[in-house]
Design a protein around this ligand. Structure first.
Ligand SMILES: Cc1ncc(COP(=O)(O)O)c(C=O)c1O
Length: 479
């Protein structure tokens, strides 16, 4: 039960019981304890667990006679927990109603270093141990067998998680790839108009600007507003007889505005427009249900709010759109048959599913890691994950709002329009100066220079806690 991955020396539970103090943590900081896997209400003291592991590690390294390996395994070994080698830690989770204790346990499943406060999930969501372990396991298996597994189970898992059909999911490598497939594959021609925001990430901006360049499509933009109603009105105001598509983010990367995607999709569909969503900040940050959103296309990645591996993503294509969206990059798996000989040159039919948009050999390690990430979020509960991250962000926003002499808040305060990312400016201070000070004080944030915003973005996820938020607010007070 204490096995902690292939780099480390496993610790057997009976051995652990002999050498570790078993106790009930009454009013201590519970994150310093590890729940006993078998005994109800029993805990191991984490410091003793780590001490023991360190002794074992040293013995192990001595036996190996290698210091190079030691330097790479140390942080991992020191921070591993009982769930490291398991993909299912449900039986170890403390009861949800234990509040901060529950979330402290969740935090302990992440190797993410504690020497700085990580508030940059909007760029990259660090993975928890079960994801990392799954990638390692898959990597070792493939290279032991000389065979690699297909990753169709990951497609199924994602589909289930998103309330979509498996045939509507294409496995991509990032959000941008999905957005390119949409922008290039739609039947758009010169003069057709596409509605976007003026706060796009380059990953959504570039594919559509490319289509404007290649086909003469015209892009119309609106500035994201502070309320859902105003955002719907702004989209509506841009729709005319030439409009063919709406291509907006679910959540803006600049100030974290949560767009009323369901309502905008309904508006778009009522006007027979293609509704394309850049969902880079969707799944894992909000509970995403494709049937409920009812958009035509939704592109996202595994490496942000799902906390999966870098290099994974997906594209949802609504069933009715599978014959409309042309695939431009195809290969093995995206067609049923082909022939290329002196006598005959034939391309068979495209796969009758979103599999037509992905092709060739993909990484089973990464997609199995993504499935493990979906599993991790699902075990805690997608709604709980979203609620926790939102609660933390809201707390941060409320505290910052009370510092109105220092802070200009950019993220909406309307409940429906705010999520897990807070954007603001620090009054009277250059952004680069603030960035330097934040780094010196061990806060990892994202500076937003897009759209000339020159603002700060703070993201909160389940591995963050209220203490970190208070620390940050104190820093802002002093800066
Ligand atoms: C809103 C938005 N769209 C698209 C992207 C690009 O995502 P990816 O790196 O997965 O292609 C990002 C990345 O931060 C983003 O924030």
């Amino acid at each position: 039960m204490f096995s902690i991955g292939s780099d480390c020396v496993p610790l057997h539970p009976t051995e652990a019981e002999e050498s570790f103090e078993l106790l009930l943590p009454p009013n201590h900081v519970k994150s310093q304890f590890l729940l006993h896997p078998f005994k109800k209400n029993s805990y191991f003291r984490l410091d003793l667990v780590h001490q023991k592991m360190e002794t074992k590690r040293r013995t192990f390294l001595k036996q190996l006679g290698s210091l190079t390996i030691g330097s790479t395994v140390l942080p991992y070994a020191m921070q591993s927990s009982a769930v490291a080698a398991e993909n299912n830690f449900e039986h170890l989770l403390p009861p949800y109603n234990e509040g901060e204790h529950f979330w402290a346990f969740v935090r302990d499943q992440f190797p993410l270093k504690k020497s700085r406060v990580y508030f940059n999930n909007g760029t990259m969501g660090p993975s928890p141990y079960p994801v990392i372990e799954m990638i390692k396991k898959s990597l070792i298996e493939a290279n032991t067998e000389g065979e690699y597994a297909v990753h169709e189970a990951s497609r199924e898992k994602l589909a289930e998680f998103l309330n979509a059909k498996t045939s509507e999911i294409s496995l991509t490598h990032n959000t941008t790839e999905g957005l390119n497939i949409i922008a290039l594959g739609l039947p758009l021609k010169k003069g057709d108009e596409v509605i976007m925001t003026s706060h796009e990430h380059v990953g959504n901006a570039a594919p559509w600007l490319n289509v404007a360049k290649l086909k003469g499509v015209i892009i119309k933009t609106f500035i994201p507003a502070a309320t859902a109603k105003e955002n719907i009105d702004r989209v509506n105001a841009l729709i005319n007889s030439k409009t063919k598509a709406i291509a907006i983010p679910h959540i803006t990367c600049t100030t974290g505005v949560v767009m009323p995607v369901k309502e905008i999709a309904a508006l778009g569909k009522s006007k027979k427009l293609f509704v394309c969503i850049d969902g880079a900040h969707g799944p894992g940050s909000v509970a995403v249900d494709m049937k409920e959103l009812n958009c035509d296309f939704y592109a996202s990645c595994g490496h942000k709010w799902l906390m999966g591996p870098l290099g994974t993503g997906f594209l949802y294509v609504k069933e009715e759109m599978l014959d409309v969206l042309q695939p431009y990059n195809i290969g093995a798996y995206s067609i049923d048959t082909y022939e290329l000989s002196e006598q005959k040159q034939l391309l068979g039919s495209y796969a009758p599913s979103a599999h037509k948009y992905d092709y060739g050999t993909q990484s089973p390690y990464l997609y199995q890691g993504l499935a493990a990430a979906v599993n991790f979020v699902s075990l805690i509960g997608a709604k709980r994950v979203a609620e926790r991250s939102r609660t933390l962000a809201q707390n941060m926003q409320e505290q910052l709002l009370s510092l109105d002499k220092k802070i200009e808040m950019l993220t909406p305060t309307e409940t429906q329009s705010r999520g897990t990312m807070i954007g603001f400016r620090v009054k009277g201070m250059e952004l680069s100066e603030f960035e330097k000070k934040a780094n010196q004080n061990f806060f990892r944030l994202r500076m937003v220079r897009e759209s000339n915003l020159n603002s700060v973005r703070v993201s909160t996820h389940i591995y963050n806690n209220f203490d970190e938020i208070n620390e940050f607010v104190d820093f802002i007070k002093k800066v």
